[in-house]
Ligand binder design. Structure first.
Ligand SMILES: [Zn+2]
Length: 315
């Protein structure tokens, strides 16, 4: 049997709006793990949606999603992730939900090792947290007591959507939609598993960040080859509103993660010895600039909180 292709055919229209007016945004290799292959991110001239084209097939994604051998490329990879998943930052994300009635049930989608539920639990002591992930990491997180229920698979899988329908007061998706093959379907599934009037908490890299054009392929959130879609905030907002949601928050400043320069530098110098002083300087610069940049177009992440429609509204 011939090996299954790792790329889908290249598409000539925008997966978000159908427009044929596309341009190449950038070409990038796998900078994080240095595995072979070159990836193209196209952008729609009409709606500004950015997407990997040709896209990796599920087989291709599985190949690139595998953890590299221990130790290899751990430096830059760890550095890129650490800024976003520090306990302190995750707690501050969870804190934004304190203004709403205390949730009984909360599903974190794309939860990985369930670090977010673990941090959120410190603030929501009576809430029951479940996790969903493509990988069995979530099952290990359940055994470690970080979530009550572990669901392995995609939220859009009919069996999973059906089982979880209408169960949650909060569904969180932090840096998750960019990994999904069809973000629109993922949002539809998220609204299905929410109770009427429940809240959806989303954080996504902002493809319109000034850092994205300044740093190009070195901008960590371009995230090739694993980021399949980069959604402009306006598109996400319009999609949620078209599904009857109320946008409670659409915030470009609070969710900024101060790591663009450090990540760009570590992606470009992964093997350089003696880079430590440079990286330290870049980290200091990221943090010094952060209070200023987060209020400008340099902010790299946006956060959306949307309330799902009440019971009688169509989904
Ligand atoms: Zn488009």
């Amino acid at each position: 049997m011939p090996p299954r292709p790792i790329h889908e055919p290249r598409r000539d229209d925008c997966p978000w709006c159908g427009s044929k007016r596309l341009r190449t945004r950038l070409r990038a290799p796998d900078l994080l793990h240095r595995r072979p292959g070159m990836f193209v991110v196209d952008e729609c001239r009409d709606c500004a949606h950015a997407f990997q084209n040709p896209r990796l097939t599920p087989e291709g994604l599985a190949l690139y999603r595998r953890e590299p051998q221990a130790g290899r490329a751990r430096g830059p990879a760890a550095r890129v992730l650490a800024a976003r998943t520090s306990r302190r930052r995750l707690r501050s994300v969870a804190r934004v939900m304190l203004r709403f009635p205390e949730p009984e049930s909360w599903l974190d989608v794309g939860t990985g090792h369930a670090l977010f539920p673990q941090a959120a639990k410190e603030l929501f002591t009576y809430t029951s947290f479940d996790g969903l992930d493509l990988t069995p990491r979530v099952e290990r997180a359940r055994q470690a007591g970080r979530v009550e229920e572990a669901h392995v698979g995609r939220l859009t899988a009919p069996a999973i959507t059906a089982r979880l329908r209408g169960r949650y007061d909060v569904v969180s998706m932090l840096h998750h939609l960019e990994h999904t093959p069809d973000p629109r379907e993922e949002l539809r599934a998220a609204l299905t598993v929410l109770r009427p009037g429940g809240h959806l908490l989303l954080e996504l890299p902002d493809p319109q960040s000034a850092f994205a054009s300044l740093l190009g392929k070195w901008w960590a959130p371009h995230g090739q080859p694993l980021h399949l879609h980069l959604l402009p905030l306006a598109n996400l907002r319009a999609e949620l509103e078209s599904r009857g949601c109320t946008i409670v928050t659409a915030d470009r400043s609070a969710a900024h993660v101060p790591h663009d320069l450090t990540a760009a530098l570590s992606l470009s110098l992964p093997h350089a010895r003696g880079a430590a002083p440079l990286l330290t300087a870049a980290t200091a610069l990221d943090h010094t600039l952060s209070p200023l940049l987060r209020h400008t177009r340099f902010s790299n992440t946006y956060r959306v909180i949307a309330r799902s429609p009440a019971a009688s509204a169509p989904r």
